[in-house]
Design a protein around this ligand. Structure first.
Ligand SMILES: NCc1[nH]cc(CCC(=O)O)c1CC(=O)O
Length: 306
């Protein structure tokens, strides 16, 4: 049986679909791609948080799965809503690329080097709130943070045209497209805590496709899956949407504990950022979810509002 992957047609989405295609072909499964345009690709003039958020990038792909035009959809997990619609499941999570945020700027090596009144581009509320916090600490109230939308190539073009002094993007997307040389600096998670699932790929299928669940098992990367399950649970517990600045990042320590850190920002920017961290010996998806719930509770107790 030839498998069909439904994919968006941005360069990054195609890279991701082709990556899964190659892995499946290595395992002996013939694979076609079905390219499609989603609402999220069409609406470029407004911030994602205002037009309906994450679901915009996945709905058309799910319709293709529903109608049997495709068998699987490959997603950047960051763009996948916390609750999948009835009848769909995440068949697997693959090994994570670099989960960190990247600083891209032709002239400024870092935040501290921005000229007076500089403009930094990002469209994520999470990055906005964390950048604002870092800039305020540097006494740089003069720096403006402006919205930046579009696919990776569009964002880089807007930077190159001089609309921004610097932009902040996910390192993973740049690395996948062979654009790592554009990265001037990487933000460590302590500086810019990543979004839940950033850098990880998830494969979505119809829940009734037991054949695919078995076939995709070899592509799963358990250590990544447990990390992102904990991260996504924080977001789910807090009613996660793009309209709330929320970061959640988990990683393993040498003693095999899963450390989960989360940060919540006030969308209006009036309250200080709330951060919490917990660790636990996670061995299953259920235990990852419990860790995520504990961190979500701690965030709320510390002042985060859902
Ligand atoms: N929100 C858009 C998005 N969704 C996934 C990635 C690429 C990185 C990843 O796989 O998490 C990006 C670009 C970005 O945030 O700069």
């Amino acid at each position: 049986m030839t498998l069909t992957i439904a994919t968006r047609e941005s360069r990054l989405a195609l890279w991701q679909a082709e990556h899964v295609q190659a892995r499946l072909q290595e395992l002996g499964h013939p694979v076609n791609l079905l390219g499609m345009t989603t609402r999220g690709d069409q609406i470029l003039d407004r911030s994602l948080s205002k037009v309906g958020g994450k679901g915009l990038f996945v709905k058309e792909l799910e319709t293709a799965l529903e109608e049997g035009r495709a068998d699987l959809a490959v997603h950047s997990l960051k763009d996948v809503p916390m609750e999948l619609p009835e009848g769909f499941v995440l068949a697997c999570v693959m090994e994570r690329e670099d989960p960190r945020d990247a600083w891209v700027s032709p002239h400024c090596p870092g935040l501290a080097d921005l000229p007076p009144q500089a403009v930094v581009g990002t469209s994520s509320l999470r990055r906005l709130v964390l950048l604002r916090e870092a800039l305020d600490r540097l006494g740089r109230q003069d720096v403006r943070i402006e919205p930046l939308r579009g696919n990776l190539d569009t964002r880089l073009r807007k930077l190159d045209e001089g609309q921004y002094h610097a932009i902040v993007l996910a390192a993973a997307g740049l690395k996948r497209l062979g654009l790592a040389q554009r990265i001037r600096a990487i933000f460590e998670p302590a500086q810019s805590l990543p979004a839940a699932g950033q850098g990880a790929l998830g494969i979505e299928v119809r829940a009734d496709r037991a054949d695919l669940l078995a076939l995709l098992k070899p592509l799963a990367h358990e250590p990544t899956w447990l990390r992102v399950a904990a991260e996504r649970e924080v977001s789910r517990s807090l009613g996660g949407s793009c309209s709330v600045p929320l970061a959640a990042y988990a990683d393993w320590s040498d003693d095999r504990l899963l450390h989960l850190e989360a940060a919540w920002g006030d969308p209006e920017g009036r309250l200080p950022v709330v951060r919490v961290q917990e660790a636990s010996p996670v061995r299953s998806l259920d235990e990852a979810v419990v860790l995520g719930q504990r961190v979500a509770l701690a965030l709320r107790a510390a002042g985060a509002q859902a």
